[in-house]
Design a protein around this ligand. Structure first.
Ligand SMILES: NC(=O)c1ccc[n+]([C@@H]2O[C@H](COP(=O)([O-])OP(=O)(O)OC[C@H]3O[C@@H](n4cnc5c(N)ncnc54)[C@H](O)[C@@H]3O)[C@@H](O)[C@H]2O)c1
Length: 367
């Protein structure tokens, strides 16, 4: 049984607490806001999972500061992630640290420090891009490894979702201005909140050997009215180090939502579909024989996090794997692209990413 501490008694804190409890792990949740702890016990957890779980400890961060944990989860707003990660790694490094997505803001603050602390402490640091570890993503990886596509010609990915659903999961927020969501510079807006699309694009680029994104050309639709300042549409054309060209779309206006990726190869295609219907994720694909196959993967909302937590459980048991799709470097690669997109929009220029320059704004060069 593992001992888990979660920072943040909000929406994701409850999801991940539940996922850990399903595996019989011991869970403590801390939050700076006593009202959030109370809401977890009386509203969020019972409404989602049927009843409050008396085994979960609720506390202030100070009350847990002297305890050691196997797994620490940072489920707070994005603009707090990096400073909390530094604090955790400096004071009581756990064996595994999961930082929720987006790992940081588009300013990429303290990215190099967290990387250095990861090396010094030996903690495995992950970023919560849970969609890379769902059952249909694992199956997609198998199909691609089996050569389904032949040479990959292009990849597109879209996470387009009106964020009314987020606000109905947070009835205590009146709208985007009440949280980081209404501020791109704090990790909100479509670019930060739906960065799952950039991340899954990169995941598939890696699986197909088409390399890292080195050029970004973006157009954003910004909302800035004195109360909020965010991108509601985040449209990217991208190119990789091997010359593959593709596109990423993220928005907070599309209803009903669309969460998809599509890979086109010389001899086949693969479509990856989240929430294909109310109870399933899906894959649609064809190889060189042209026969279109549809595979459905039954799931509920808690299953969105099951693969991720199982993966962390395996790391706690066996140590870090050779490849983890949620390793810190992949989460930082995603934020480099998000930061490049903001710069590209502002400058009306393509932005090149120089990975040799490290994780920071110095890696971005308008061309
Ligand atoms: N992977 C996913 O599918 C997914 C789903 C939801 C949210 N998220 C991510 O999780 C993060 C949090 O989102 P949320 O919707 O749960 O937010 P939320 O506002 O519901 O909860 C965040 C909580 O963190 C608390 N907090 C802030 N600073 C703290 C600190 N220093 N110590 C302890 N508690 C602190 C706040 O009081 C608040 O209760 C965001 O980065 C979001 O993008 C990911």
């Amino acid at each position: 049984m593992y001992n888990v501490k979660i920072f943040g008694a909000g929406s994701i804190g409850n999801h991940l607490a539940h996922a850990c409890r399903r595996r019989g792990w011991q869970v403590s949740i801390c939050d700076l806001d006593p009202a959030a702890l109370e809401r977890t016990k009386s509203e969020i957890y019972p409404a989602r999972y049927g009843a409050w779980d008396e085994e979960i400890r609720l506390a202030s961060p100070a009350e847990l500061a002297g305890d050691d944990f196997d797994l620490v989860i940072i489920g707070t707003p994005p603009d707090t992630h990096m400073s909390l990660a530094c604090e955790v790694l400096r004071q009581r490094p756990p064996r595994v640290l999961l930082i929720e997505k987006p790992v940081c803001t588009p300013a990429l603050e303290e990215a190099e420090t967290v990387l250095r602390l990861q090396e010094e402490t030996g903690t495995f640091v992950a970023v919560g891009y849970n969609h890379t570890l769902t059952r249909h993503s694992r199956r997609a990886a198998e199909l691609l490894a089996g050569g389904l596509l032949g040479k990959t010609l292009t990849i597109t990915a879209a996470f387009r979702e009106y964020w009314g659903g987020i606000f109905s999961a947070h009835p205590w927020l009146a709208g985007p201005r009440d949280s980081y969501l209404g501020f791109a510079s704090r990790g909100g807006g479509a670019g930060g909140e739906h960065s799952h699309a950039v991340n899954i694009w990169q995941f598939f680029a890696q699986l197909t050997g088409t390399g890292r994104i080195t050029e970004v050309s973006a157009m954003l639709d910004l909302v800035a009215d004195g109360q909020v300042d965010y991108d509601r549409l985040f449209l990217l054309n991208v190119k990789t180090e091997t010359g593959l060209v593709g596109a990423v779309v993220q928005d907070v206006v599309t209803e009903p939502p669309q969460k998809t990726a599509r890979l086109q190869g010389e001899s086949g295609f693969l479509e990856w579909l989240v929430n294909y219907d109310a109870g399933h994720d899906a894959l649609r694909y064809a190889g060189s024989d042209g026969e279109i196959i549809e595979e459905l993967f039954a799931k509920t909302r808690p299953d969105d996090f099951a693969g991720e937590i199982d993966h962390l459980g395996e790391i706690l048991r066996d140590g870090p794997p050779d490849f983890s799709p949620i390793a810190l470097c992949h989460g930082l690669d995603t934020m480099l692209v998000v930061a490049a997109a903001h710069l590209s929009h502002r400058r009306q220029r393509t932005v090149r990413i120089n990975y040799d320059a490290g994780y920071g704004l110095q890696a971005l060069e308008p061309v």
